[in-house]
Write a protein that binds this ligand. Sequence first.
Ligand code: UT7
Length: 331
Amino acid sequence: MTKIHAAITGVGGYVPDYILTNQELETMVETNDEWITTRTGIKERRILKGEGLGTSYMGAKAVEELLRKTNTDPKEVDLIIVATVTPDMPFPATANLVADQVGAVNAFSYDISAACSGFLYALTTGAKFVESGTHKKVIVVGGDKMSSIINYKDRATCIIFGDGCGAVMLEPTTEEVGLMDSILRSDGSGAQFLKMPAGGSRIPASYASVEANLHYAQQEGATVFKFAVTNMAEVSAEIMQRNNLTSNDVAWLVAHQANKRIIDATANRMGVTDDKVMMNIEKYGNTTAGTIPLLLWDYEKKLKKGDNLIMAAFGGGFTWGAIYVKWAYTA
Ligand code: UT7
């Protein structure tokens, strides 16, 4: 029987207009442009302003663009998965809200929480519905409104994160393109190093939890850095090896944009040169589940049918992984 692959057939994206520069951060916390640029590669990030606007607002904008670009009637969409750690609210799922906002009335929809690896988890999960033959049009969204959980007095986190969302369409094909392989991992013992402690069932919201700043993302940067460098590079090398790919076969590394030094270390381990490394960290910072689809959004015009892409991520959980995608179209 011919194998059905799940091919990415389009990309949409959305970033808010407001630009938070390193210079503006210098007026908010004890930091400077030179430190941020050399330690992370970030120059600016986008911030979603406006009362009552959450992640679903950005997700819906990204999906609307995706539907336009792929000429898709929202009624044809079977499933929408949203990867995020900043849902509009604990429930209902942000995916339910996105589906409603874009008119995807025949889709079922749910969220996935895997922090910076969320898009890889969601893409792998969405692909299974397509590969099984049960679903024909699956939209995978990754994005976060990180500004909603960032303490702008904490220089360990506020210089890194930004807001934004990307979305891709998955459709079945019998050609040798699409999602070819995926390795996903997690280790909950890393939770202590990168987390938002309150607002869940363990520490529900209270005056005390707000007073203690427990509703903000907290990170032990240097520890996360160490685990990220090792694991992202390791899993990227592993997926190349088990698919018999050499660095010459890889057209693009599509790595989570957390820190330019982590991305460089991953590329180095894979033997991939700088010109094959997608990079937009300088303008968006770390948008958590948004980084990988926003890279695809920015680089779509450069991608050609048959290009081998290695996507890789590491983040809170800890979660990490790599996906091998053979690109399905020339834009
Ligand atoms: O996407 C989710 C996963 N997250 C990540 O992958 C992030 C991983 N971690 C990182 O990217 C880096 O650890 C950071 C960018 C967060 C921090 O960079 P670092 O090179 O690990 O710095 P550090 O925390 O070890 O601090 C080095 C120095 C310290 O000063 P001393 O003790 O050497 O005098 C800090 O106090 O830099 C100081 N520092 C800063 N200085 C200016 C820390 N943050 C800042 C800052 N501005 N924002």
